[in-house]
Design a protein around this ligand. Structure first.
Ligand code: SAM
Length: 364
């Protein structure tokens, strides 16, 4: 029998980089800008820190991310100038949307300065995912710096359940205050991410939908995923999104909406009485790899082409090694051209045990 501890892979191992695909591998498909499965590069998630002030049990369990955990040293992090330079190159490669994430992005000092630098890149839509703990304090400054929207994670309105899930004894009321302050600052529509874990917070699903119905905020229910290697994921813990939709629909009738754009991760449902919409993100039961247009830049400049990747490509090495923008662009083109990831489509009990990078490091 395999025990949980035997399955844990030291996270530092996953930070090793992959060799860049060779220059010869770029031909016609690159001119089309698509990867090996015909997908364009449209979204970039940028992790600005691997640290977090929460220890959510499904993401950064406290026993694995304790006081002696080897978080990145400051000199290893990409500077704001390095991030902005890469973002410009990615914009030139077709990226339309950037999401700042982490770790907890609002822990990164002077984040507003980075937001200002990214807001100056023409045509780039910019949003941020946060646990909301510091949002009430920072929302106005984020908006003034040029941030367009926020997504706030909130797993239950039941204070005891939420405090247990964030494992930092953080109260619901402060996150709700952050959400309302963000909305008042114009970071709208505010999206609220709720990860649903069987037996932990599924009873919070309907109250969550009920609370935000008619508020203009959009709750997105997320299937618990086998990201990383520390959360002890198993399929029995997943509440399929079809079940989530049934639970909500039974009290507040729903109908399916069209996607806003190709590749949107959440399936959209609207309340039949016209009082708003919800989303469900079904990475486990209805994989959306075939439409996946996302790349992820880690805090220290590794590029990952899948949330479930084991290794990334070292862009910081290019930045700090004196490569020109054209050379970095060509490297990104080769990486994207070679991309054939479709982990969620081929997930099995065995792949769930494979070495994968932690979500707190790669960014959600
Ligand atoms: N600290 C920020 C936050 O809490 O939103 C950003 C980083 S967090 C890793 C991004 C998102 O990933 C959150 O909404 C979180 O709930 C979600 N997440 C983390 N681990 C997950 C898992 N195993 N399955 C599904 N979603 C997960």
């Amino acid at each position: 029998m395999t025990t949980k501890t035997e399955r844990i892979i030291p996270i530092a191992d996953g930070r090793r980089s992959k060799a860049l695909p060779d220059a010869g591998s770029l031909h016609a498909a690159d001119r089309a800008g698509t990867d090996a499965l015909g997908r364009h590069l449209r979204d970039l998630r940028i992790s600005v820190t691997d640290r977090c002030n929460f220890r959510c049990v499904y993401c950064m369990p406290r026993d694995k991310f304790g006081a002696d955990y080897p978080f990145l040293a400051r000199r290893e992090l990409l500077s704001f100038e390095e991030i902005a330079r890469l973002a410009r190159v990615f914009r030139g490669r077709g990226v339309e949307k950037v999401r700042l994430t982490g770790g907890e992005p609002l822990l990164r000092k002077d984040l507003e300065r980075l937001i200002g630098m990214l807001a100056a890149i023409p045509g780039l839509d910019m949003t941020l995912t946060t646990n909301g703990a510091l949002l009430a304090r920072k929302a106005r400054a984020l908006k003034s710096a040029g941030l367009q929207r926020v997504t706030v994670s909130l797993d239950s309105l039941d204070d005891a359940v939420f405090r247990a899930m964030n494992d930092a004894d953080f109260p619901v009321a402060e996150v709700l205050n952050g959400i309302e302050t963000a909305a008042a600052a114009g970071l709208t529509p505010v999206k609220i991410n709720m990860v649903v874990k069987r037996g932990v917070n599924e009873h919070s699903v309907v109250p969550m939908a009920r609370y935000f119905k008619g508020s203009g905020h959009i709750v997105r229910f997320i299937e618990y995923m086998d990201v990383g290697a520390t959360n002890g994921w198993c399929m029995d813990d997943v509440v399929p999104s079809a079940e989530l939709v049934r639970m909500i629909d039974a009290e507040m009738p729903l109908e399916l909406l069209d996607a806003n754009y190709p590749g949107e991760v959440a399936a959209r449902w609207r309340y039949r009485d016209g009082s708003g919409e919800i989303g469900v993100i079904s990475s486990v039961t209805q994989a959306f790899c075939s439409n996946c247009t996302r790349a992820r830049l880690s805090t220290e400049g590794m590029l990952y082409t899948c949330l479930f990747a084991g290794q990334g490509y070292d862009l910081r090495g290019l930045l700090r090694g004196g490569s020109s923008d054209e050379e970095i662009d060509a490297a990104i083109a080769r990486i994207w051209h070679a991309r054939a990831d479709r982990y969620s489509e081929i997930r099995t009990v065995e792949t769930a045990k494979s070495r994968k990078i932690e979500m707190s490091y790669i960014g959600g």
